[in-house]
Design a protein around this ligand. Sequence first.
Ligand SMILES: C[S@@+](CC[C@H](N)C(=O)[O-])C[C@H]1O[C@@H](n2cnc3c(N)ncnc32)[C@H](O)[C@@H]1O
Length: 273
Amino acid sequence: MITNTINLNLADTYMGLPKLENDSFDLCIVDPPYGASSTKSWSYGNKEKLKGFGGEWKLTNEAWDLLSQNDSFTGTYFWLKELKRIIKPTGSIWIHSTYHNSGFVNVCCQLLGLEIINEVVWYKRNSFPNLSGRRLTASHETILWVHKGGEKNRKYTFNYEDSKAYFSSSDLLKEPGKQMRTVWDIPNNKTKEELMFGTHPTQKPLRVAERILTIAGVKGGKLLVPFAGSGTEMIAGLEYGMTVYGFEINPDFYELACKRLKHYLEKSTRLLY
Ligand SMILES: C[S@@+](CC[C@H](N)C(=O)[O-])C[C@H]1O[C@@H](n2cnc3c(N)ncnc32)[C@H](O)[C@@H]1O
């Protein structure tokens, strides 16, 4: 899918990233396969919903997410090395993870000299219950915010005043006018509009990407999304006023992302006229 502001490729990011130019993007949001899937076939339906939101609970059990630890480490190293080359010195990279891959991401950043600016904890108040009763209920993910300048060359964009002013009625921790903390209280539900063209098994709520853009977005700049999924981060980028570029390897998810992006474009055109 190609428009003036969108370039979404049905392609393998490992093949696509090496073709992108040095220092050519202002921001990157990476939501990679976590390697969190199990081969267990059970799933769990739950009628519990937050008011105003749609969607059922579903456990992740996806072929593309079944990575060996070795693949996870070498893959992470590969795309982080590429992103270090592609992102501008004034830009930054945000990487989603859970404990399955967060160690790899952290070690690879350190090996590559990508300075970690912050580690954000995305607290999911309404997280999926632990069915076995053998573990605590996993109710957070981590997001690393990194830049390539190292500690002597910190040029990355930080929209400090915007981050202070940020307010979301669903976040019980963030007060408007106070500095943004590293714990974000964002329920994992999606709105009906976010799910209107179908579901992706690990679709993020738009509100997570919107907050990242508030902090590090560049109006009129370029956003790169190496693992596009259903297109959440690309939609948030468009909404912020960036041009967006992404890769998605799965044709079904690619179609879903195209539908969502097209819908967004049509909606924003309608609002203009
Ligand atoms: C964690 S999901 C991203 C979900 C996305 N944040 C959303 O909200 O919809 C990761 C996506 O990466 C895709 N993927 C996995 N390996 C890939 C590769 N080598 N190249 C491009 N996409 C890939 C998967 O098909 C999956 O849709």
